[in-house]
Write a protein that binds this ligand. Structure first.
Ligand code: GLU
Length: 449
């Protein structure tokens, strides 16, 4: 059940009415409005209907056809999206997702989350998100390239280093960013490095960008644990997913002395009581682009693979969902709490359902919501933009040190805000309020636009 302040009820009703059927978008907006009751009690001017409704209404939504030719010569059609959500704090910034389930509601939820997440970083970036219902699985490199080129042929007219700066997300990694950057460069006849982030190191990428989301999420959980005088050292951890975010989350957990005992993909999960061999996961997923079942096959009796089923039934001290939205349900949360979980950090965007979040908060589990915990990726994208603007390139150590400081600041800002608003330890409230106030202040200052 959602409990929004009565002053905010008509606002929520209007947002739901204007965006019928967009469940994930409704979910993201509801969660934020639930947190804003304390803000409007303290600053009644924020109950100002128009500002919050304006924040929930994307500045611009672009939907386009993406035609391409597959290897057999057949013409294929996908749908492309870019939602330029909010530019009060800087150019639109946020990733592109290529996944068969992508639709406008998913992109709007992601764009809304991104706007607030980017505000929490305190860097000069607005919020946007895009992608396509294109499924990269099983496609040849040639097909991926032609798709990326067709996608960018349409999208390029809406981008620019001071306008809108996409990056990767699910299904879009360094290879796809390279193809899209190449096409953008060809179409515009400009070497505009800052128009995309997540680029390869030889053509304007930033060191530590690939690692940043996972490393950052782990730093965030490390800070949460420290508030209880705890750490990752010797802890059992379960990380869902096995893509870029999951891999680098596992890597950093191991560096902090934690033991990751399970990871997954959309088909099933593997359990390895000796600790997941991260190099092997990298080999399987990044080099071979294979399924995680391969891990158990290669490891023989020392690991086992469970097709279907829930990875959250595996007992652990810390859980880090790093796969996709709504992957961790109320039932999963109850199992985790029963098994004694002490902290949960969202590496993915909105991986826990509202019921799961409620269960964690009620059980007193340290809970780091995605818009705070996974902000390290986009923050390092902003560092990439900074390096591109100054035609500079920083060392890995320098960049990672900046990331660590940014994550600590985000953690502290969420914790302080929660305390100031009478809910110490509630990172959901802290993240929603701190980010909202920052965007709202800028929107107010810029007038009705
Ligand atoms: N897709 C990532 C996110 O959800 C990164 C976006 C970016 O670097 O612009 O935050």
């Amino acid at each position: 059940m959602v409990h929004v302040d009565e002053k905010l009820e008509p606002i929520l009703a209007e947002v739901l009415r204007r965006n019928p059927g967009e469940e994930e978008f409704h979910q993201a907006v509801k969660e934020v409005l639930e947190s804003l009751g304390r803000v409007v009690a303290k600053h009644p001017r924020y109950a100002n209907h128009a500002l919050i409704v304006r924040l929930c209404e994307p500045e611009r939504q672009i939907i386009f056809r993406v035609p391409w030719v597959d290897d057999s010569g057949q013409v294929r059609i996908n749908r492309g999206f870019r939602v330029q959500f909010n530019s009060a704090l800087g150019p639109y910034k946020g990733g592109l997702r290529f996944h068969p389930l992508v639709n406008i509601g998913i992109i709007k939820f992601l764009g809304f989350e991104q706007t607030l997440k980017n505000a929490l970083t305190c860097m000069p970036i607005g919020g946007g998100k895009g992608g396509s219902d294109f499924n990269p699985r099983g496609r040849s490199v040639g097909e991926i390239m032609r798709f990326c080129q067709s996608f960018m042929t349409e999208l390029h007219r809406y981008l620019g280093e001071d306008i809108d700066v996409p990056a990767g997300d699910i299904g879009v990694g360094g290879r796809e960013i390279g193809f899209m950057f190449g096409q953008y460069k060809r179409l515009t006849n400009r070497y505009e490095a800052g128009v995309l982030t997540g680029k390869g190191l030889v053509y304007g990428g930033s060191r530590a960008r690939t690692e940043a989301t996972g490393y950052g999420a782990t730093y965030f959980v490390h800070s949460m644990l420290a508030t209880k005088k705890q750490s990752f050292d010797g802890r059992r951890v379960v990380v869902s997913g096995s893509g870029n975010v999951a891999i680098h989350t596992m890597e950093k957990i191991a560096a902090f002395g934690g033991k990751v005992v399970a990871c997954s993909d959309s088909n099933g999960h593997v359990i390895d009581e000796q600790g997941i061999n991260i190099a092997l996961v990298k080999e399987i997923k990044e080099d071979g682009r294979e399924r995680i079942a391969e891990y158990a096959r290669l490891k023989g009796a020392r690991a086992h693979y469970i097709e279907g089923g829930s990875i959250w039934d595996v007992p652990c001290d810390v859980a880090m969902p790093c796969a996709i939205q709504n992957e961790l349900t109320g039932k999963d949360a109850r199992a985790l709490v029963r098994n004694g979980v002490v902290a949960v950090g969202e590496g993915a965007n909105m991986p826990c359902t509202p019921e799961a979040v409620r269960i964690f908060r009620e059980a007193g589990v340290l809970f780091g919501p995605g818009k705070a915990a996974n902000a390290g990726g986009v923050a390092t994208s902003a560092l990439e933009m900074q390096q591109n603007a100054s035609r500079d390139s920083w060392t890995f150590e320098q960049t990672e040190a900046r990331l660590a400081t940014i994550m600590r600041n985000i953690h502290d800002r969420c914790a302080e805000t929660a305390r100031d608003y009478g809910a110490p330890g509630d990172y959901v409230l802290g993240a929603n309020i701190a980010s909202f106030v920052r965007v709202a202040e800028a929107m107010e200052a810029l007038g009705v636009i």
